[in-house]
Design a protein around this ligand. Sequence first.
Ligand SMILES: [Zn+2]
Ligand SMILES: [Zn+2]
Length: 373
Amino acid sequence: MTDESNNEEIKIVEEYVEGYWKCPNCNAKCRGSEQTCDNCGAIRGENVEFFVEDNAPVITDEAELEKAKAGPDWICKFCGNTSPSSSPKCTGCGSLRTDGKNRQVKEIKTEPEPSGGDEPPKPMPTGMKIGCSIFAILMLILMALSCQQKPGQLEVLSTSWTRSIEREQFKTVRESAWQNEVPSGAREISRNREIRKYNEIPDGFEEVDESYTEKVKTGEKKVEDGKVNLGNGRFKVKYKMVPEYKEVTRTRRVKKQKYRKEPVYDNKITYDIEKWIAIEKVTASGSDDEPKWPDSKASAKSPPQIGDIREGVKAEDYRVKAKRVSDGKEYDIKELGGKSLTFEQFMKLRKGSKWDAIFSGLGGLNEIKFTKP
Ligand SMILES: [Zn+2]
Ligand SMILES: [Zn+2]
């Protein structure tokens, strides 16, 4: 989605509304434009604060607007009364303005709306807390046990091994390929004309409907952006006019290039060729005896003859079954310290032999002491 809405300048609208003040003498709520209290006649002194109510009616009358924009009231230094800036004499005692000071004009910032959803995280229920603690303690015990080193003795019960060799045989195979891709050494058997690919040839235009989306302005949202206490019982309210949009899907007629497919022919060659082809691997296995490699029947000559066999990847797997002498606990050993048993290790672990070993607190086999003291 594009974000053009942010680039558009946001209009600012200003409105004037009348405020109120509270009589310091009798507590009555008085209109901002009144110089004295309607109820008790007390003057609107220097320390009286103006306030504004939400949704206060907007001043539209020209003469009233004029007064709102005229500037702050001034405070008489003789009687403390406040008079409109248009008045050269105090409306309370009639003294001349001379150097009577002005009421303050104050900017009032609008608090940004709370975004919501920022709730503080809920505390964990007590039951869950206890559960977590028990789990943590168990984990610690398990860790301590597995780190523990317990010496013991191991007796080998039986051994087994498997060895295998992957193989390839030099054979004649029949294949086919495009003329320019036939490998060297191939003997052509036959050739055939076939479609190798299609070329796309421009073939006029057609008109098609294409849908597209457009951002349409649906209106404006009036968002308050601060107030000004004008110091004369009126307030200026500032609004941002934030534009609102919606996405509209429309269709339009567009010209589109048409193509037709044109076949491209080429020679497909069928040929015979000699290649090394994977054949069944050979495997040997045994138990309680010495491992041997199986016979791969490899016979590769140089250059290779048809029917020759060559060896590929060799694999060996050694396993030992043993028991702990102290309690008879059995172990299937395929690896030691994370590494597969080597041929040398396997050859030492003969059936019936006994070895000093290190066990973990949990009973796992950590190490076999191959070098006897
Ligand atoms: Zn009053
Ligand atoms: Zn006065």
